[in-house]
Design a protein around this ligand. Structure first.
Ligand code: SF4
Ligand code: SF4
Length: 335
């Protein structure tokens, strides 16, 4: 374990709104988690996007909104959404696949958009493009450079799987050379396409041993290169408490069909805790994710145990070798 890595405790006075403003996308990534059967196919009209932002505005709390899709820059009114969120006092991030449609760099500004995050799954086209699509690496890195040159804070999200974990360390010179400020290393979840399609003999998910051998070390190297790194905790130490974000934080995963989840692992199932109806946020009745958050099990996260049981290994006495942390629990290294 790298001594500089710090677990980012859940902040009770903070709220995060993960706002999917459409589900359409120009790409077809092999691990895409978008599930139109569950999330709808709507593109939210500008008025609706602004009304829904207002539902989650609470000036007494530090609020972060992350605009997502599909590809959010395909929304012709994204720049209006960014401006409205900022006027509501929110910190604003856009997560893009790098194509930056609708002249978003020109229509918005670094004063309104706190972070522009690019998804990149490899340090070169040979690693990235088999996962995200032919030609994507070139477009994405060109636009990252353009955004940096225009004064935007640029971050990168790298989804670690068996297809790219061996290349993670090569991201550091690339990101440092471009001027990327933050690096988010994610673990692949078995949702959407990655739950349906298997890859190679080892499958998508890396083993605990691989993860622990590679990710903390690369994160430390990235921080040494001046990049702020965030990566999921995944495995709890025996002395570390387990907490479910669904009980202790305010996270809202909002979809264009009005579903509002508190836990991203639940998104493939109609068990959302809340929904937006007639521009009002209401409780979703019946069996919802809230019922699962209360359960206390030796394996840690209940939804991980239900949906991804292969990620848990047991010793000879039947005790889990690692407790799985909440997927929202992060570690960070600040340079
Ligand atoms: S860019 Fe995002 S939404 Fe589009 S296909 Fe890839 S993972 Fe899915
Ligand atoms: S990932 Fe697990 S621990 Fe985190 S909110 Fe969901 S159910 Fe709770």
């Amino acid at each position: 374990m790298n001594p500089q890595a710090r677990t980012v405790a859940f902040q009770s006075g903070e709220r995060n709104i993960f706002f999917h403003i459409l589900t359409a996308c120009n790409l077809s990534c092999r691990h895409c988690y978008i599930n139109t059967g569950q999330h709808g196919t709507e593109t939210l009209p500008r008025e609706t996007m602004e009304r829904w932002l207002e539902l989650f505005a609470d000036k007494s709390k530090k609020s972060n909104v992350i605009f997502l899709g599909g590809e959010p820059t395909m929304h012709p009114d994204l720049s209006h959404g960014i401006a409205r969120a900022k006027s509501l006092g929110m910190a604003v991030t856009v997560d893009s696949n790098g194509f930056l449609f609708n002249d978003i760099l020109e229509k918005s500004s670094p004063d309104l958009l706190d972070y522009l995050s690019f998804s990149l799954d490899g340090p070169d086209a040979q690693v990235n493009d088999p996962i995200r699509g032919e030609g994507v690496f070139a477009v994405c890195t060109t636009n990252m450079r353009r955004a940096v040159a225009m004064g935007y804070n640029v971050s990168v999200i790298y989804t670690v799987s068996n297809l790219n974990i061996d290349h993670l360390h090569r991201m550091i010179p690339l990101l440092a050379g471009i001027g990327v400020k933050r690096f988010f290393i994610q673990v692949i979840g078995l949702r959407g396409n990655s739950a349906k399609e298997t890859v190679g003999e080892k499958g998508w998910q890396v083993s605990p041993e691989q993860w622990l051998a590679v990710v903390p070390e690369v994160a430390a190297q990235a921080a040494a290169a001046g990049i702020h790194v965030t990566f999921p905790k995944v495995f709890l130490g025996s002395d570390e408490p387990f907490e479910c974000a669904g009980l202790v934080t305010e996270n809202f995963f909002v979809f264009p069909n009005g579903r509002v989840y508190r836990c991203p692992l639940c998104e493939d199932h109609p068990i959302h805790a809340q929904e937006i109806r007639d521009n009002r946020l209401v409780e979703h009745k019946g069996l919802t994710e809230d019922n699962f958050f209360q359960l206390s099990i030796a394996e840690g996260c209940v939804m991980n145990k239900l949906l991804q049981p292969d990620t848990i290994s047991y010793d000879a006495s039947g005790k889990p070798e690692h407790r799985i942390s909440c997927c929202l629990l992060k570690q960070e290294i600040v340079p």
